[in-house]
Every structure is written in C-alpha cells, then in structure tokens.
Design a protein. Sequence first.
Length: 370
Amino acid sequence: MSGFDYKGRVEKLRLSMQKIDADALMISIEENRRYLSGFTGQDDRFDESAGILFISADKLVLATDSRFTLQATNQCPNWEVFEYRLGLEQSLPQICETLNAKKLGFEKVRLSVAQFEKMKESLQKSASGVELLSLENLVEPLRLVKDEAEIDALRKALLIAETAFNELLDTLIPGMTEKEAAFQLESLMHSLGAQEPSFPTIAAFGPNSAMPHAIPGDTKLKEGQPALFDWGCKADGYCSDISRMMVFGEPDKKFWEIFNIVHEARDRAIAAVKPGASSKTVDEAARGFIREKGYADFFGHGTGHGVGLAVHEEPRISPLRESILSPGMVFTIEPGIYLPGWGGVRLENMVLVTQDGCEVLNGLGRDAGP
C-alpha cells in the first residue's frame, strides 16, 4: 500500500477545488475514498458507508463508525479520524465546524435523496449556515491516468487471473456446469492471492454465451459448443478483466466465422490505440469491421472501458462518449458478437496507452481460443 502517493493525490484535488465554489468536499464513492486515503473499508450497500472523507484547504477528516475506527487510524495516519456514534447526518454540523466549511460539495452520484434530506435537515437544525453543493467528477479525472504503482497493481491482478484460468483449463471436462466452472475459477484466484473477484465470474456455455452478462447456472459444458469466460480479480485494490472463448471438440463453421471476425475487430481496435487518439475512433475500428461483416445488430455494447480501482471506469471506449487518450490510461478492448439461439463470442484484453502506441498487458495469449 505504501507505494501509492496519497498525499500527492490529495494535493491535486485541492488544486482542482480552486475552480469550484466549495470550501470543503465530502467524498463518499468507495473507490475515490480509497484512492485519496488508502482506507480499504468496503460499503455493504448503496445506502451504507464504511466512511466518508472530508477535505478542506488545510484539513483532512475521515468520518466513520466504531466498526472501522481502528482500521482507519492504522491505514490513514495523515487523516483525522472522526468516529460518529449517532450517524453521519447528526455529526455533519460538528464536522463542518472543524473544517470551517460553509459550502460543502458532495458527490451527487453516490448520495441518495433520503441521505441528502437528512443531512440538509441536520445542518438547518444546527443553524450552521452550511450550504450543500451537488457536484460530480471530483476525483475521477485524477484516476484516469495511472502511475507506475497503479500499473504494477493492475499487472499483478491480471497475472493472478490468467494463472488461475490456465489452471482451470486442466480441470474443465464436458458435463461440468457453468456454476461449477465459475466457482472453481474464483477459488483458484483466491488461492493465488487475489483479494476477491473484480465482479461475479461469468461462465456461459452454448446458447447462454449470447448473453454478454450471463449468470452461471446449471447448463453443462458440451462438445462443439462455444464457452465464454469473463473474469478478473483484485490485487492491492486494483482490478483485472478478461474474456476468452473455448470449445471442447470440433467447433462448427459458424463459430470460426464469428470468432475470426471478433478476433480481427479486437486487433484493429488495439492498433488504433495511441496518445491523442479519440476513444470513439478506437470503438469504430472494431465496430466498423463488425458492421462491414454484416453483424452490426449483434454488437450492442461499447468496445471497452477503463479499469482501475473500479472494474468499470473512465475512459469509455464507446460511440456515446469521447475521451482523448493519454499515456497511462488503462482500459479493455472487448468487441463481441452475440447470436440468440446459437451463442456468442467476446475476446477481451487490457491495454495501457504508452508514449507511442499501446501495450497489451495480458500474458495469456491474445489468440487464446479453441
């Protein structure tokens, strides 16, 4: 954990605060909280929090409850740990007084309406005069470009996930269910040092592979049918995300047709990745080729997404949002074609934008397939 520059990240955020009308910020998104402080407490639900960061020009406060006080104190020596006993809302006036804050900015994508109303009521009752300001994208722009410590963590998470998959291949046999394969893959990642999966592992066999986010069930692995795996794990808080295909026995002609199209689409997108390029251009490199081959209606999702402390973050490699690529950005390239009643093919790699192009971070062969 010591390799991450938490102080530097906070100072960058403070510089950006000069451009907004707030004298303090309340950071409640779990990944942003960890990015700035190193606190690894996890939120159980959208309306439950392991802790909230409060940042002003000269103070850092981590507010939490008794479950996490010791953990926060140990992990965040540069932060004043405030333990609230009657709930965060009731303690908010006191925290704002400590910060000398009159305009408190909060991350609107994380705060529920119910929480906002309770906080507003508490501040009004206290006659503190504190105004709540709805803001977004406070920390996310800082997380876009990864430093060396972050890239090392991403490589570690990727190595664990790929090693686990190679070990899984030794145990896969026809008749194994999707649930059994997914559970085995997650168990292998844990045994190799993963903190946890980046997301629920996907194992989708036969026609189920036409669902990009299929939930593993009791469908059994059969010879000749496509089997899609989408998996990843966390290391030092950072995620990996990979998709690969396999077939037991001899695939049908349709499989090879679809596999080769997706394979070429992925390689074209990777070739388009370089500093200064538009994320929309990278998306179109894959999407245009799939369209040219007549399968535009069967590729509905984006070509990729950023990966870091969250498995889905900026930049989005999509026709809907544009980012200009910079060295240090890490994201997936994962085109797919999904045919209802038959199955689907998706091939996914993680890439790092370099000074003159990109590096495919995967060690598991780019051509991994049947």
